[in-house]
Write a protein that binds this ligand. Structure first.
Ligand SMILES: CC(C)(COP(=O)(O)OP(=O)(O)OC[C@H]1O[C@@H](n2cnc3c(N)ncnc32)[C@H](O)[C@@H]1OP(=O)(O)O)[C@@H](O)C(=O)NCCC(=O)NCCS
Length: 204
């Protein structure tokens, strides 16, 4: 008999399962660079995060169940496709199906949920973030019509600031310092609460 698959928004009671999925994604050969992903969160922190996503009209944290057990997660986020266009993109991030539940259709069910939400919200573009070295995942996405559009590079902000400083370029350090002052002043101005999140800039 085929396994029963269901996809739904994550609830607070899924926190432990989400922590287990995150642990698996960041450790056991999931194809990611463990050091580049945020560390394993606590169950309490995930409960708070889940509550936040449930109230967010621009983002959803969804889980996939196989025979009633949570075995997959994905973060779906809507944002402007660029700073110069009105179109929106639905981006799927942190898509992960547990090792034990692969090749049962959960991955496609998660992408199906993303497509359904994109259609419902009138999002003409769909993007999925995948590690460039995850060959099987990239083949899976390519077969669904998703082409490579850019490379997302990731670092701790402090690391990049240190590298800039290490270049001993006084103009760069002066620029960084003056930008910090300008941004501190900018932060004092209230931002409109109803505006959509800033568009992503993943080098596309
Ligand atoms: C990539 C990933 C999400 C796919 O998840 P999955 O649940 O295995 O995906 P599916 O089961 O829907 O599809 C995988 C393949 O199994 C096949 N399949 C589905 N049900 C099957 C079944 N009952 N029997 C045999 N094959 C089956 C699908 O047809 C598909 O084949 P295709 O790629 O040739 O079309 C998963 O492998 C994963 O999480 N990888 C690691 C994390 C990662 O790299 N994520 C980056 C974002 S993709």
């Amino acid at each position: 008999m085929a396994a029963a698959i269901a996809v739904r928004d994550a609830q607070r009671g899924d926190a432990a399962a989400l922590v287990a999925l995150w642990r698996e994604m960041t450790t056991a050969g999931a194809g990611h660079h463990p050091s580049r992903l945020p560390g394993i969160p606590t169950v309490a922190a995930v409960e708070v995060a889940v509550g936040k996503h449930l109230a967010d009209p621009w983002g959803r944290l969804v889980v996939g169940e196989l025979d009633g057990q949570v075995h997959a997660m994905a973060y779906l986020r809507r944002a402007a496709v660029s700073p110069l266009h009105d179109d929106t993109t639905l981006t799927v991030e942190y898509l992960h199906v547990s090792d034990a539940a692969r090749r049962h259709g959960l991955g496609k069910a998660m992408i199906t949920e993303a497509v359904a939400w994109a259609e419902h919200e009138g999002c003409p573009h769909l993007a999925v973030v995948a590690p460039s070295i995850a060959r099987e995942a990239n083949r899976f996405l390519a077969r669904l019509g998703l082409g490579q559009a850019g490379v997302l590079r990731f670092a701790n902000t402090h690391t990049v600031a240190r590298r800039l400083a290490a270049e001993h370029a006084p103009n760069l350090l002066a620029l960084l310092s003056s930008r910090r002052s300008v941004l501190a002043r900018r932060a004092q101005l209230a931002r409109p609460v109803s505006s959509p999140p800033e568009p992503e800039s993943a080098g596309t």
